[in-house]
Design a protein around this ligand. Structure first.
Ligand SMILES: Cc1cc2nc3c(=O)[nH]c(=O)nc-3n(C[C@H](O)[C@H](O)[C@H](O)COP(=O)(O)OP(=O)(O)OC[C@H]3O[C@@H](n4cnc5c(N)ncnc54)[C@H](O)[C@@H]3O)c2cc1C
Length: 477
C-alpha cells in the first residue's frame, strides 16, 4: 500500500475542504486533498447554482404570467422544458468548470481521489490503496439528501437534488416530499414552469421561519399558490407505468392516492459521516454519528481532528462552509494551540417568491423578557405595490437594555438585500436608532424595513432607553 505523510489531510474537495486546504498552504503546511467523487463542489454542481438557475427560468415565466395585471399581454406562454433544462445544465457546467479548473491547479501530488476512512486517530486509508498519516485531519465531507421510509425502498426511482438538475425535460407532474427551503425553492420553480406540483410533509412547517406571525403569512401566501399537503404521512410509494403512485394519509386521517410523473425527495440533508470510520478516531460520537464540535475552533474535543462545512451539522450554507473550512484549516496547522474565531452573524435566505430570510437571533431563540419586536407588513408597501409584489411581513428584534438590533425574520420581495443590510447592522452591533439614522431612498422596498425599525424603536422606547427616532415620512413608504 502506498504511504503518504502530510501535515493535514483534508477529506472532501467541496467548499469547506478547498478553503481548509488553502489555509494550510498559506501557513506553509503540506496538505493532501482527498475527494471520493468529482471536483466541482455541491454548491456549483447540485446546490446553490443550478437551483438558482432553475428559479431564474421560473421567474421569467412568472413575470410573463403576471404581466396582464399591468396591461401588458405577451400572448400564450410556452415553456420549452428541454430548453429550460439545457440552460440550467449549460450554465451549471460553466460554474462547475471554473471550480474544477481551480482545483486541478493544485499540485497533483497534493490531491488524491478515493474514499477516505479513518483507521486511527489521524490515519486514513483511501480505498484500501493508500495510507495517509497526518498530523491533523479536516473532515469536510459535506452532507447527503435524506430519503425517508417508505421512499427509501424506491430510491432508484425518485429524484433528489443530486439528480433533479440532470432531467432532460420538465416532468408533467411532480410530488415534492418536504416543505423545507430546498423543497420550496425547487417545487415553486417547477410549479411556475407549468409542472403540476404537490408538496407533502408530515409536519406543518414551511421553510425555516420560527416567528409565528411570519409563519402565518408564509402559510397564507404560499398556501394560496401551491398545493400543500402538510401533516400528511406517505404510506406507500410504488413505481407504476407513467410514474410513481403515492398513497398517503391526510392530516385529517383520510387515505388518498395519486400518480405523479416524478417524485422529488427534498426532506433535508444529513452530515455525510457514513463510511468515514469515525470510531477509529477514539472520539465520543453522539447518536447522530457526530462528535462534539467547538464552532469557534471547529475542533473535536482536544483531538487534532476538525470538522468543517455541512458535515459539522451547524448551518448548511455556502458561506458558513467557507468560514468553517478556513477556521479548521488554520487550527489544523496550529494544533494543539488552536485559536478561537468569532463567527459571523447568522444569515440565511430562501429564494422562494416572496423570499424568506433570517438574520441574527431567531425568534425562537430570543431572550425571554429582554427583547422588543417591530413589524411591517409588505401587503401595502409602496414600491412593492408598484411592482405588484406587495406581499409579506418583516419582524425585527431589538434588545431592551441596549436598544441594539438582535435579529429578524423576513418574508417579502427583495429580502435577500434587506437581510444583508440587517446582518451587517447586527454584526456592527448597531442600535435601532443608529440604523434609522442611515439614509433610505424613496421609493424603495427598504422603506418597508424602515417602517419595521421605527415600530421597533417605538416598542423599545415604550420599554425604556431609546432616543426618539427619525420619523420623517415619505408618500407610499
Ligand atoms: C439544492 C441545494 C440548494 C442550495 N442552495 C444554497 C444557497 O442558495 N445558498 C447557500 O448558502 N447554500 C445553499 N446550499 C447549501 C450549500 O450547497 C452547502 O452548504 C455547501 O455546498 C456545503 O459545502 P461542503 O464543503 O460542506 O460540502 P460539499 O461541497 O458537498 O463537499 C463535500 C465533498 O466531500 C466528498 N466526500 C464525502 N465523503 C468523502 C470521503 N469519505 N472521502 C473523500 N471525499 C468525501 C464529497 O464527494 C464532496 O465532494 C444548497 C444546497 C442544495 C443541495
Amino acid at each position: 500500500m502506498e504511504r503518504i505523510e502530510v501535515d493535514v489531510a483534508v477529506i472532501g474537495a467541496g467548499t469547506a475542504g478547498l478553503n481548509a486546504r488553502r489555509e494550510v498552504e498559506r501557513r506553509g503546511g503540506r496538505a493532501l486533498l482527498i475527494e471520493s467523487s468529482a471536483y466541482g463542489t455541491t454548491c456549483a454542481r447540485v446546490g446553490c447554482m443550478p437551483s438558482k438557475l432553475l428559479i431564474a427560468a421560473a421567474e421569467a415565466a412568472h413575470s410573463i404570467a403576471s404581466a396582464p395585471a399591468f396591461g401588458v399581454h405577451a400572448g400564450d406562454v410556452r415553456i420549452d422544458g428541454p430548453a429550460v433544462m439545457q440552460r440550467v445544465q449549460r450554465e451549471r457546467d460553466r460554474f462547475v468548470g471554473f471550480v474544477v479548473a481551480d482545483t486541478e491547479k493544485i499540485e497533483a501530488a497534493e490531491r488524491r481521489f478515493g474514499h477516505a476512512r479513518f483507521v486511527g486517530p489521524t490515519r486514513l486509508v483511501l480505498d484500501d490503496r493508500v495510507e495517509v498519516a497526518a498530523r491533523a485531519v479536516v473532515v469536510a465531507s459535506g452532507s447527503t439528501p435524506f430519503v425517508p421510509a417508505p421512499l427509501d425502498a424506491v430510491r432508484a426511482d425518485v429524484l433528489t437534488s443530486d439528480d433533479v438538475f440532470e432531467l432532460s425535460d420538465l416532468p408533467s407532474s411532480l410530488a415534492v416530499i418536504g416543505t423545507g427551503v430546498i423543497a420550496l425553492e425547487l417545487g415553486q420553480a417547477m410549479h411556475r414552469l407549468g409542472v403540476r406540483t404537490a408538496f407533502f410533509s408530515p409536519f406543518h412547517e414551511l421553510g425555516p421561519m420560527t416567528d409565528p406571525e411570519v409563519v402565518n403569512i408564509v402559510r397564507r401566501d404560499l398556501g394560496a399558490e401551491l398545493e400543500l399537503h402538510t401533516g400528511a404521512r406517505i404510506l406507500e410509494a410504488q413505481p407504476v407505468a407513467g410514474g410513481m403512485r403515492l398513497r398517503w394519509l391526510t392530516d385529517s386521517g383520510e387515505s388518498r392516492s395519486e400518480t405523479f410523473a416524478r417524485v422529488l425527495v427534498a426532506a433535508g440533508r444529513r452530515p455525510a459521516v457514513e463510511g468515514l470510520g469515525l470510531e477509529a478516531t477514539g472520539l465520543a460520537l453522539k447518536p447522530n454519528g457526530l462528535p462534539d464540535i467547538d464552532l469557534q475552533t471547529m475542533q473535536c474535543g482536544a483531538a487534532p481532528v476538525f470538522f468543517a462545512g455541512d458535515v459539522s451539522g451547524h448551518l448548511p450554507l455556502l458561506h458558513e462552509a467557507a468560514d468553517e473550512g478556513r477556521i479548521a484549516g488554520a487550527n489544523a496547522m496550529l494544533w494543539p494551540n488552536v485559536e478561537r474565531h468569532e463567527r459571523r452573524v447568522p444569515l440565511a435566505i430562501a429564494f422562494t417568491d416572496p423570499q424568506m430570510a433570517m438574520v441574527g437571533v431567531r425568534h425562537a431563540d430570543l431572550p425571554p423578557g429582554g427583547h422588543a419586536i417591530g413589524a411591517a407588513s409588505f401587503d401595502d408597501q409602496g414600491r412593492a405595490r408598484v411592482a405588484g409584489r406587495n406581499r409579506g411581513l418583516v419582524r425585527v428584534y431589538g434588545e431592551i437594555e441596549s436598544c441594539r438590533l438582535l435579529g429578524a425574520e423576513l418574508f417579502g420581495p427583495g429580502m435577500e438585500h434587506m437581510a444583508h443590510l440587517l446582518a451587517w447592522a447586527v454584526q456592527q452591533r448597531m442600535t435601532v436608532n443608529a440604523a434609522l439614522a442611515m439614509p433610505f431612498y424613496h421609493p424603495v422596498l427598504e422603506e418597508g424595513l424602515r417602517t419595521a425599525l421605527r415600530d421597533l424603536a417605538r416598542a423599545l422606547r415604550a420599554e425604556g432607553g431609546c432616543r426618539p427616532e427619525d420619523m420623517a415620512e415619505a408618500p407610499g413608504a
